[in-house]
Design a protein around this ligand. Structure first.
Ligand code: ZN
Ligand code: ZN
Length: 121
């Protein structure tokens, strides 16, 4: 995950791990992820209605959000936060936290979409 610089889903971890250890299986990946979560090295990135992605715990302590590409399903870190949500609340409401995920096309997928103009999105 440090090498990729973004949160990874277990199948993506498997793909990366298989470059180093060709015979590694998904069960091993899940077992190691679970152990690393218990050790406090990884945290789950909860995306509503989606598979679970994981990121390094030392990244997760800094407030940030995620962007999920609709095409390749990769998840990227978004830095910075437009923290004006409190102004959206009705009078008397108190905001304690927010959970924002952005969706769209990553740079690679939007570039690929541009060279195939016939494809509707
Ligand atoms: Zn993409
Ligand atoms: Zn935020």
């Amino acid at each position: 995950m440090a090498a990729e610089g973004r949160p990874l889903s277990p199948p993506e971890v498997l793909q990366a791990a298989q470059k180093l250890v060709p015979r590694i299986g998904i069960a091993t990946v899940y077992r190691n992820i679970k152990a690393m979560v218990e050790a406090g090295e990884l945290v789950a990135v909860p995306l509503p209605g989606d598979r679970v992605y994981y990121e390094l715990a030392d990244k997760a302590v800094h407030h940030h959000h995620h962007f999920r590409c609709n095409q390749c399903e990769k998840v990227f870190d978004i830095h910075g936060c437009d923290d004006t949500f409190a102004t959206l609340l009705p009078p008397g409401f108190v905001l304690t936290t927010h959970d924002v995920t952005l969706y769209g096309l990553c740079a690679a997928c939007s570039a690929a979409a541009r060279v195939r103009p016939g494809k509707k999105r």
